[in-house]
Design a protein around this ligand. Sequence first.
Ligand code: 5GP
Length: 122
Amino acid sequence: MMSNDCLFCKIIKGDIPGDIVEQTDSVLAFRDINPQAPTHILIVPNKVIPTVNDVSPDDENTLGHLFIVAKKLAEDEGIAEHGYRLLINCGAHGNQEVFHLHMHLVGGKPLGRMLSRNVREE
Ligand code: 5GP
């Protein structure tokens, strides 16, 4: 496992606490500290891939695994039937805050449109 000192690496290493809901050989899932919906979980590969722009063919299994974990967690959270949103932000225009690729699992209420109408152009 590659690691560095980013926030999510510290949670993966146990150096700072996280509300962990699932751990597999290649990913850790924990609740977002600032949830945008009743369920808001971050699914994070152990391997540090900063952004989607850094993805390589070697990452195919790990990235596919994010969906397997997301599906399981949606069932565990009781949100599978009504639906949910899976989201990966990339870079500045994607509003990515933590540069360790991660998938957001968001649900538990109607989520509205995919993008808010009030985003200001830079
Ligand atoms: P991004 O904008 O990079 O896609 O998402 C980063 C997410 O990490 C945000 O939703 C933010 O609330 C969450 N976050 C930031 N700091 C922490 C933290 O210390 N612990 C947890 N669990 N989530 C965090």
